[in-house]
Design a binder for this molecule. Structure first.
Ligand code: FMN
Length: 369
């Protein structure tokens, strides 16, 4: 009886999604997760099989792990896949082919580390300095160089080329990594962006770099190719950071990004059910949808019913998630750790077998299955 009730309660997760540029078979999206299994930046057959397995088991849309653009200071690890160069692009073409054959859709997350890159042995081009809007890390300490206008132009161009290549090898869209304190987000955040030129200033002015990236990507991929932008209030080393402290500030932040051509906002939060601002139950993703009218992806602890001690909880909040879909607060749901741990997660949820899902652990995170 319980199984039947559960299946009905989560049925909204398995309804098709359609927007003007992107459609998916259901609402489940694999969240981008860096796996570092791509030696010299090249995703091989094991990476293709890993993504294919999830597509074959009911994940409607895959957003790949972050994949770095063609700039000498873009990547923080040699085993992170790139999205430039013949070998890596051929690897991605195979990933795309396999995911499509399995009935899924897939878009790459394209990425520049900014000052989060720590030059060292396993980092490409260790002799090259890291760059960021002001050369500052998340604590405001100088760890790299402030970008010149020429640096900015080169990085904008590299994002556009990556997006054009993504389209050429058959991806279904592209996601720009504008979250978690990496380069694009370093421009958004006042702690890491202290510029006094047109790339700095108030929150709206700090979107200028992203606006130029989005416009260049749009020009490179044409009007019909979906562009997702991942954004977050928090930073990896600053969980309580906020770009916007009120809905009004959030609106000022989002307006130039919408105008530049974002189709989908991927709103990264750590717990999807938490209200973003006082006085309203709306989540971060819910607010972004309300303020932009654009489709949104939520994320954060979906399907994680095992706490840090390994204790199982009956309530993984999937019914709360389904309610948010039903009320149109959100459109799509990204699942990270639960899908990393179990490629069959979506199918198990669909068929009321949530209790059989492999829990996330350090051990599963060390393998690529
Ligand atoms: C191993 C791992 C790697 C990750 N790598 C990325 C990444 O490359 N890009 C990104 O935007 N987020 C990355 N994230 C964050 C996830 O996309 C997701 O937002 C986060 O795990 C919360 O979702 P979850 O609670 O369902 O795991 C990563 C998370 C994990 C666990």
């Amino acid at each position: 009886m319980k199984t039947t009730q559960t299946v009905q309660a989560v049925a909204s997760l398995f309804q098709p999604f359609a927007s003007d540029k992107l459609s998916t078979g259901n609402r489940i999206v694999m969240a981008p997760m860096t796996r570092s299994f791509s030696p010299e930046g090249v995703p091989g057959p094991d990476v293709a099989a890993y993504y294919r397995r999830r597509a074959a088991n009911g994940t409607g849309l895959i957003i790949t792990e972050g994949t770095t653009i063609n700039h000498p200071a873009a990547s923080g690890m040699t085993s992170i896949p790139t999205i430039h160069g013949e070998a890596a692009l051929n690897g991605w073409a195979q990933v795309v082919k396999e995911v499509h054959e399995a009935g899924g859709k897939i878009i790459p997350q394209i990425w520049h580390f900014g000052t989060s890159r720590k030059p060292g042995e396993s980092v490409p081009n260790p002799e090259v300095a890291s760059i960021g809007p002001s050369g500052l890390d998340e604590t405001g300490t100088k760890t790299g160089e402030a970008m010149t206008e020429a640096d900015i132009a080169a990085v904008v161009q590299a994002f556009a080329e990556a997006a054009a290549d993504a389209k050429r090898v058959g991806f279904d869209g592209v996601e720009l990594h504008g979250a978690h304190g990496y380069l694009i987000d370093q421009f958004f955040w006042e702690v890491t962006n202290q510029r006094t030129d047109r790339y700095g200033g108030d929150l709206a002015a700090r979107t200028q770099f992203a606006v130029e990236v989005i416009e260049a990507v749009r020009k490179a991929v044409g009007p019909d190719f979906p562009i997702s932008l991942r954004i977050s209030q928090f930073k990896l080393d600053a969980y309580t950071a906020k770009l916007a402290t009120t809905p009004e500030e959030l609106e000022q932040f989002l307006a130039p990004l919408v105008k530049a051509g974002v189709d989908i906002f991927h709103c990264s939060s750590r717990r999807f059910w938490e209200p973003e601002f006082e006085g309203s139950p709306l989540s971060f993703a819910g607010w972004v949808k309300k303020l932009t009218g654009k489709p949104v992806i939520t994320v954060g602890s979906v399907g994680l019913n095992v706490d840090m001690t390994g204790a199982y909880s009956e309530d993984s909040k999937l019914e709360t998630l389904a309610e948010k879909l039903d009320s149109n607060e959100i459109d799509l749901v990204a699942v990270g750790r639960a899908l990393l741990a179990d490629p069959e997660w979506a199918e198990k949820i669909r068929t009321g077998r949530e209790g059989e899902a492999v829990p996330f652990s350090r051990e599963v995170a060390a393998t690529l299955y």
